[in-house]
Design a protein around this ligand. Structure first.
Ligand code: SER
Length: 319
């Protein structure tokens, strides 16, 4: 029997593409999308959709019962930049939604849980280059604190109650469909949109800020590969380090400029610079590569080609 899947936060940047992919694999009727509102109408109209506030335990529980859900992907979260503006809201949403899902899973009807963590669990005292799986984690953002604490709780629920919970420390994710919301790595998405729309971009990070990043197709593949892996192969229940590429604003600018020679970029670092400076510049994900055979496919230039082609079509209807 195929899994019956609930995606919480399905209208977000990653949630929306994950929903589409999981519907392709498992059948539309087996993947229930949910979000706090109906902002992505294509998802609402293309399969089962429920309005669910991730902070509402009973709403999640009732939905799971109604659809016989056995697998939950909890994609709702406030990200790093928004979290600094609304610290208590970030704590409230990011932690309570996780507890709701873990407590439901502890009851036994939910067989598998996916919960994303982030490079934001690391902080200024973490080794910056090729950051290891097991290392110092002293995050300085509210978002990072929620992800670090969440990781501890995931491992606790696995060890104490046998909850089959799995997670990835996503780097910055780049995609051309839904926009990211409120992250420090969002510049690497905005830059492509502005390059196509206006031919210029003002970057909120300085030109040599090197951060770990990944194209959306790789992030979706990683998520699904991890969830498909045999439970006994997994040695990490907090969250796996995950990597593909690292680049600076200057390097992504050059990659775009190779296709759009008139593209110009200026730099105006804001409060997000301090967040970026506290994060690693590259990640050692050898444990993920060993345990469940993780491999990325897109480098910077391959991603740039796909992004520019898709956005040319979107904004100028050019093939
Ligand atoms: N993309 C996230 C952020 O910038 C990091 O996980 O907040």
């Amino acid at each position: 029997m195929p899994s019956r899947i609930l995606i919480i936060g399905a209208c977000g940047q990653i949630g929306s593409e994950l929903t589409t992919k999981l519907r392709e694999i498992n059948g539309i009727e087996n993947v229930i999308a949910s979000d706090i509102n109906t902002r992505k109408l294509d998802l609402v109209n293309s399969g089962p959709f429920e309005i669910i506030d991730a902070k509402n335990f009973n709403a999640i529980k009732d939905c799971c019962k109604h659809y016989n859900i056995d697998t939950i992907y909890l994609m709702a979260a406030l990200l790093s930049a928004t979290g600094e503006k609304y610290p208590m809201e970030a704590w409230d949403l990011n932690m309570n939604s996780l507890f709701h899902v873990l407590n439901l899973a502890k009851g036994g009807t939910i067989k598998k849980v996916y919960w994303p963590s982030s490079i934001a669990v690391f902080g200024p005292t973490t080794p910056r280059e090729l950051t290891p799986q097991h290392t110092i984690c002293e995050p300085t953002t509210v978002y990072g604190i929620t992800k670090q604490v969440g990781e501890r709780w995931c491992e606790y629920y696995y060890k104490k109650y046998g909850v089959d919970v799995r997670g990835l420390r996503y780097p910055g994710i780049i995609s051309h469909k839904a926009m990211p919301g409120g992250g420090t790595t969002d510049y690497a998405v905005e830059i492509y949109h502005e390059a196509i729309k206006t031919g210029k971009y003002e970057c909120f990070l300085s030109e040599n800020t090197n951060l770990p990043m990944m194209f959306m197709d790789d992030a979706i593949k990683a998520t699904i590969d991890l969830m498909d892996a045999p439970s006994e192969d997994l040695t990490i229940r907090s969250s796996y380090n995950l990597a593909a590429i690292s680049f600076t604003p200057k390097q992504i600018y050059e990659s775009i400029k190779a296709h759009l020679p008139d593209f110009t970029m200026t730099y105006q670092p804001d409060f997000r610079q301090a967040i970026a400076d506290s994060w690693p510049s590259s990640i050692d994900d050898s444990v993920a590569r060993r345990d469940w055979n993780w491999q990325h496919r897109f480098d910077l230039d391959a991603m740039t080609k796909v992004m520019l082609k898709a956005l040319r079509k979107k904004y100028h209807n050019l093939i």
